[in-house]
Design a protein around this ligand. Sequence first.
Ligand code: SAH
Ligand code: ZN
Ligand code: ZN
Ligand code: ZN
Ligand code: ZN
Length: 446
Amino acid sequence: GDMAAAAGDPSRLALLGLAYGAPCCPHGPTLLFHKTSQGKEEGRRFYACSACRDRKGCSFFQWEDEKVSEARLAAREEYNRNHQPPSTHTQNVERYRNFIQLPLPKRRFCQECQLLLLPAEWEEHSDHQFLSDISTAQLKRPSQLLFPLENKKIHAQYLFTDRSCQFLLDLITDLGFRRVLCVGTPRLHEVIQSKASQDDDFKVRSLLLDIDFRYSQFYAEDEFCHYNMFNHFFFGGEVAHKTCRKFLHEDSGEGVIMVTDPPFGGLVGALASSFKKLVEMWKKAEKEADTNQEMPMFWIFPYFFESRILEFFPSFNMMDYQVDYDNHALYKHGKTGRRQSPVRIFTNLTPSMIVLPAEEGYRFCSICQRYVSSDNQHCDICNSCTSKDGRRWKHCGLCKKCVKPTLFHCKNCNSCTLQNHVCEKTNSGCFVCGKAGHKRSACPSL
Ligand code: SAH
Ligand code: ZN
Ligand code: ZN
Ligand code: ZN
Ligand code: ZN
């Protein structure tokens, strides 16, 4: 995103976060950033959209110390109003009710507008591509009906393969959870919803929080909230807030797990601060019982963000399981895809409880007390299974740690790097991993 782009510049961008009284864009309160240019100490602070890591997605920009005229404020408010969805969630629920009354041949879905159409609206969409005979089964799998919003700078919508989705669901049910707060996991949500509607013995429920408002066409107000996870903003205001709170507070907060799979474009700090607010929301249910208890969480994210996530959630552990995606060729599971997926599950649950599938080669390391991938060897010197990427790592005595199999120890750089690297003594570390000796483009963790 912007932050990564800034690494190539001589200037640097840092996230300061949600500031009191921050101006709003159509995506809720904006975030405060700090930009410093090389040679200049001070730098300057500005507000930008939390949800879009690209000016094309949301053009909001304001210097922190900028004077904004009344006229511009009024124009901004109007702009924000005009950039909300054309219909409310309640209206969409009503439309859905009418839609399912229709006989199959009258059930149309406009592919251009990504809308379920009622017969009175056909005319308006007459020159658009549409699907017809939308079955109940199709309505239960909206993520297959809607096209994924792949723009990396905004939604970065990458949908779980059946393998990964089923694995998560089985894991959640085996662990005994009864409610799943799905934050940016529409496919997991729909699998839970459709199973619950078909199988009376399946007691798991879920609430989807997502910025993709198209999903409001398929779910009631207690099944979906239009939510921005970079600033903890509920578009539906206090009512939506309450829906979420109520969901978390049932059974005195027992049996809840939060599962999130955010866009990978940086801003880990913003995500972490929203997730902490969701945890706070949940905690208020624990009637002064055990205030140190943590809400169980699965945060699905690439392994090279491990240190960033642990900064904010020190109790988390990274699991070896490779999460993969239907619409992402590079993020495929090792055995079937061209490359191994770098995406993992970070969790505050006890690692030994996260049982990984033996038929995919995962095995239990009794020393580490967790399941590891088949090529992850236990290193006696590090005293842990050290591979992060699924390949077998090797121990470097000079670095005093295990490193990727493709790296060699360079005496100049005094670290393990790629053999064909250019030795450079830079005092600013790599933007991605923070280590010296290479630039972002040559980062071994990518
Ligand atoms: N693998 C998941 C989808 C993850 S893709 C699954 O199959 O269920 C990332 C998800 O986060 C998308 O659904 C996207 O709409 C949502 N998202 C992106 N930006 C968001 C934001 N700012 N706030 C809330 N959700 C967001
Ligand atoms: Zn915005
Ligand atoms: Zn080692
Ligand atoms: Zn080394
Ligand atoms: Zn070197």
